[in-house]
Design a protein around this ligand. Sequence first.
Ligand SMILES: *Cc1c(COP(=O)(O)O)cnc(C)c1O
Length: 385
Amino acid sequence: MKDYKELRIGTRAVHAGVEPDPSTGAIMTPIYQTSTYVQQAPGKHKGYEYSRTQNPTRTALEKSLSALEKAEFGIAFSSGMAAISAVMQLLKSGDHIICSDDVYGGTFRLFDKIYRNYGLEFSFVDSSNLANVRASLKSKTRVIWIETPTNPTLKVTDIRGAREICDDCKALLVVDNTFMSPYFQSPLQHGADLVLYSTTKYIAGHSDIVGGAVVTNNAGLAERLHFIQNAAGAVPGPMDCFLTLRGIKTLHLRMQRHEENTRAIFEFLKSQPQIKKIYYPGDDRHPGYSVQCRQACGHGAIISLDLGSLANAGKFISGLEVFKLAESLGGVESLVDHPAIMTHASVDPETRTALGITDGFIRLSIGIEDVRDLISDLQQGLERI
Ligand SMILES: *Cc1c(COP(=O)(O)O)cnc(C)c1O
C-alpha cells in the first residue's frame, strides 16, 4: 500500500489502517474480543499485552483516524468526553484555559463542574472575536480550546488567528472538530496542536456507537495521552472500534450528501416567514462566512432556527415525522433537538439567553435521506405554527 498521505480522502477512508488479517487474509479487521495475549516467554510478545493498553482492532481504528487527518498519531477513546477529559489531564492545578463560550454542553459541564474543582481556571469567551481571547490571556494560560463552528449557534473561530495567540503565550491550541469532520476541515493544517472528535457523530455516522478520538502530529503529546489513557482507562471496546472503522469507509460519501441536503434545506428555510433567525455557516450573511470558507471546504449539516417562542418550537416539532426528536447529531438520519430543554439544559438560563439559545431555538441535524422528503417534512412542521 502506498503512503496514505499521497492518497485522497475517499481512498484513505476506505483503506487506511485496514490490512488483510495476517492469519486468515480476512479483508475486514477482525473484532479482537480479548482482554489478554499469550506471551512466548515473560516479556516476549507480539506487541500486545493487555487490552487496556492496546488491542489490534483499536490499533486499526487509530491508524485510520490519523490517516483521515494526514496526522502522525491518533488515539481512540471510549467517548468524546473521555477524549476531552484525557486532554484536560495533561494540565496541572493552577493552569488557565480559555474556551469558546458556546462549546458542546457536555464540555462546558466537565470543565465547569468537575475540572474547576481540581484547581483549573477557565475563561469562557466568544472566540469568534479573537480580541476576546487576547483580552483573557493570563500568565498561566496553557490551553486555548475552540470549537468551530460551535454548537448550537454555529459561531466560527479563525483557527490560524487562534494559533498566533497560542504562539505568543506558548499555549496549546485544541480544536474540537466534531461538527466539520476531517472531510471538511483539517485543523492540524491550520496550526492546531490537538484535534478532538466525538466519533459518535459523523466519523462513525450511524448513531450506533459512542466514541472519541484525539489526533496530533506532536509525538510528546501523543505519548502523554497514551500514558493517561492507559493509566485512567477510558478505552473503547473492540466491537465499537470495528463499527467506527466500518462507518469511516463511507465518511466521504455521507459528508457529500449531508452537505448537499443541508444546502438545499437552507435555501428552502431562509425565506420562510415563521423563522425569526436562521444559523448556517454556509449562509453568506453569516458573520463567520468568509473565515469558514477560508478554513473549511464545506459548511456541514447543522442548521439552527429561532422560531420565536417555546409554543412555536413545540408546534413545529409536533409536525415532523421524518426528523426524529433526539439528542446527538451526525448520523445518517435527520434529527431535531430543542437545546434549551435537551442538550443544553446544563447551561444556566442566563448564559443560554446571552448565547441566543432561546426557548424557540431549534437545532436540525440534516441526514442523508432524500432531500425532497426532508423538505416536505419541514414544511409540515412550519405549517403547524
Ligand atoms: C457529542 C459531542 C461531544 C461529546 O462526545 P460524546 O461522544 O458524546 O462523549 C463533544 N464535542 C462535540 C462538538 C460534540 O458534538
